[in-house]
Write a protein that binds this ligand. Structure first.
Ligand code: CA
Length: 746
């Protein structure tokens, strides 16, 4: 009777703690950092520290312990997934034979440069230590370009397995193996069964998902094994994996719809085998890029990869003669054998050949590869002398052209889906190269923390509720406040809407009028809409008019947050009308700030007239570090009349080669009296600096400032055709390395 009464008064967790603190059992439940530190100070081999369920905020765990091979020290969650580490927090581990499991890092970021570190100081490293069943989800510094590393593995013989690392928004490698001291070389780490979840486009170098080594230590051996991991849309930059040390093995990993490549950037004697790259024809999806010596690439399966140049399905680079460690080592004695490449576009040999990168591959081979694709019938690009690569037993489909006459045979295009759901060539060909069964070596489900969902934050436009909005004052603002991600606000045909306060967009939302007469929206504030971190905006069949805007310079219709945004946004304007942005000077349609990044900005079938500022001014990253403001821009089927500033100004400066964008399409537009205002410093109607893929076609300019191009590094693709320029200056460009046809000046 008495015992029952006591047990009712004592919470279950305390009883569990009392039970687990029995003398023969070294488990200790801790609820505070003080208790944690006391427990760490007393650690003996075989002890367990159990973190109580709940949210731990602003905690920096320093776990130092000396376990034994058969009596490891454990740090674990009371229940896996129920210990949430948030705020400004991190975990450092040092010692021997330690196992960490069940933790979730979210809703915060690290105050140092690492979230989980396999060391507690420069010379206190972790060895024989395992981190498993742990999650880091969007634990991103709010400053987009402040760099940190989520997991840094130092020491030797460590294992990182069954963890989920997803939604990194700021700069810096997701998982790094560090070789910065003798005690971390030749480390035999194992990285396996992890889920590398979606990583958004960073818009800069520094978005690698996995890096082993650095250029400084790249001629040392790491001997890290990376196997059976799932890379799901890891799109940070063009190096998904940046290998920068010797002796690493990448085996049985899956790269699902990921932009970029597994890059052997530095280091020798790498083995890349039985990895599966599923591009599914998504843009910029790549395969394997070979640089350096004694590299082996064999029995990999590559499907639906569209990436070109350095991001092709298979790429062998040129090197720099006597290269310093941070440039490009010549490819020597390397093999690329027995790979299956299906419905992929580019195989690049001697890629990057230029005055500096003049050392062609030597002593290398491409044998027994099956390459079947009808998407590009000329899949090989040869940039330099390929006599140092021997070709033998390779198969192409009969329609495709071969790079050289020997070493290739042609077969019927015989690609069909196999029993494992993968597109494969005829079995007789697969048997001929002894590939074995074509089957994913690991599934998404088999990777990552067992308790954590594998989803990203992305919400499609118009995927949520539909909310009717009555005409009137601030009805749009009120509707936005009660809306959720993916919702659609539907305005009344011909209705008049006035906003007397900012309309903050903090999740994806659509504002539109249904079919028929557009509603008109005006604002008394300096911005109509402000896209906050996590927001995205679609405007459809609307009329936005500047007549009610304040008589101040620098108004705009849409603005980004003025602070750093670590989530990418998008903006879509369709079938709309924008008028009278002229109450004062520099009234822009869109204003963006530094440290913001759009995945996509599109203006389709829209009329804009009478604007004293610019339409799309995406030129705020002027430090020439390869950072830029937008990945994809599309302006199509639209008319721009009386625009004093530039219709578009897009800037990507510097010589960095790590990114894909900006990618710009300008098609089917009319530009009348654009770009001639005294405030338009560039003096251009449209200006593109460092755009990597630019297509301008089927458009007319009249009485406008000229189109201006500045082509920089990265072999940008620039196509210009079918333009009529009436009373408009000639196209200005810094060189003539672009394709131009049918441009009429009159
Ligand atoms: Ca990089």
């Amino acid at each position: 009777m008495k015992i029952n009464a006591i047990s009712r008064l004592i919470p279950f967790a305390v009883i569990a703690a009392l039970v687990s603190c029995a003398p023969n059992d070294g488990a200790r439940l801790v609820r505070t950092m003080e208790e944690f530190d006391q427990a760490v100070a007393a650690l003996q081999p075989g002890d367990q520290i159990v973190l109580a369920n709940g949210v731990w905020t602003d905690v920096e765990f320093r776990l130092k312990g000396e376990g034994l091979p058969d009596q490891p020290i454990e740090l674990k969650a009371e229940e896996p997934g129920k210990v949430i580490i948030s705020g400004q927090s991190n975990l450092g581990i040092s010692g021997e034979h330690i196992v960490v499991s069940g933790l979730v890092f979210k809703d915060g970021f690290t105050p140092t440069s690492e979230v989980i570190s396999f060391r507690t100081s420069a010379d206190e490293l972790a060895n024989h230590t395992r981190v498993t069943n742990t999650v880091i989800d969007n634990f991103s510094n709010p400053e987009r370009h402040v760099s940190d590393i989520w997991v840094s593995i130092y020491g030797k013989n460590n294992r990182f397995d069954h963890n989920s690392l997803l939604n990194k928004g700021n700069s810096g490698v997701t998982l790094a193996v560090r070789l910065n001291t003798e005690d971390s070389l030749d480390n035999d780490h194992v990285i396996e069964y992890n889920y590398f979840g979606p990583r958004q486009i960073l818009g800069s170098n520094g978005g690698e998902t996995l890096r082993i080594g650095t250029s400084h230590y790249s001629r040392e051996f790491s001997n890290t094994l990376v196997q059976y991991n799932y890379f799901d849309r890891t799109n940070g930059e063009h190096e998904i994996v940046s290998n920068k040390a010797c002796g690493n093995v990448y085996r049985g990993n899956v790269f699902f719809e990921s932009q970029g490549t597994l890059t052997m950037r530095h280091g020798h004697t790498t083995l890349v085998e039985n990895n599966y790259f599923l591009g599914n024809r998504k843009p910029n999806t790549g395969g394997i890029r070979v640089i350096n010596e004694y590299q082996t690439v064999r029995y990999n399966y590559l499907y639906g990869l569209t990436g070109h140049r350095f991001r092709g399905a298979l790429v062998i680079m040129n090197g720099v003669p006597d290269s310093p460690p941070n440039r490009y080592n010549q490819v020597v004695d390397s093999v690329m054998d027995g790979n299956i490449v299906v419905d992929s576009d580019y195989i690049q040999l001697c890629a990057g050949s230029d005055e500096e990168r003049s050392a062609v591959p030597i002593g290398s081979s491409m044998r027994d590869n099956i390459i079947m694709s009808r998407t590009n019938l000329d899949p090989f690009t040869v940039y330099d002398d390929i006599s140092g690569i021997s070709f033998e037993g390779n198969v192409l489909n009969e329609e495709a052209s071969v790079p050289i006459s020997t070493g290739f045979s042609k077969e019927l295009y015989s690609v069909l889906e196999n029993d494992n759901g993968l597109r494969v060539p005829a079995q007789s060909l697969i048997d001929r190269i002894s590939f074995g069964e074509v089957r994913l070596p690991v599934t998404r489900k088999e990777t990552g923390a067992s308790f954590y969902p594998k989803s990203d934050d992305a919400t499609e436009f118009e995927s949520g509720d539909t909310i009717g909005v009555e005409p009137g004052v601030d009805t749009v603002v009120q509707a936005l406040r009660s809306s959720g991600p993916g919702d659609t606000l539907v305005l009344k045909n011909g209705g008049e809407y006035l906003m007397t306060r900012y309309a903050y967009i903090d999740h994806p939302v659509t504002i539109k009028t249904g079919d028929g007469e557009r509603a008109v929206v005006r604002s008394e504030k300096s911005s109509f809409f402000i896209i906050e971190n996590g927001g995205a905006l679609e405007l459809e069949n609307l009329w936005m008019d500047g007549a009610a805007s304040p008589d101040l310079a620098g108004n705009n219709v849409v603005s980004t947050s003025r602070y750093s945004m670590n989530r990418n946004y998008s903006l879509s304007v369709r079938n709309s009308r924008i008028t009278n942005l002229d109450v004062n000077r520099n009234f822009d349609f869109l204003k963006v700030y530094m440290s913001t990044f759009a995945d996509s900005i599109e203006i389709l079938d829209t009329e804009m007239s009478n604007i004293t500022g610019s339409v799309l001014s995406l030129d705020k990253e002027t430090d020439d570090l390869g950072i830029y403001n937008v990945e994809n821009v599309s302006i199509q089927g639209s008319r721009f009349t009386d625009i004093q500033g530039a219709v578009a100004s897009i800037y990507r400066g510097g010589t960095d080669e790590s990114t894909f964008g900006p990618i710009v399409v300008i098609k089917g537009n009319e530009f009348t009296n654009t770009g001639l205002g005294a405030q338009n410093k560039s003096g251009a109607s449209l200006k593109f600096h460092g755009v990597q893929n630019l297509r301008i076609s089927d458009s007319n300019w009249s009485n406008s400032a000229p189109l201006e191009l500045f082509l920089t590094n990265g072999e940008p693709i620039t196509l210009i055709e079918n333009l009529v320029m009436t009373n408009t200056g000639k196209i200005r460009a810094n060189n003539d390395e672009f394709t131009i046809g049918n441009v009429v000046y009159q």
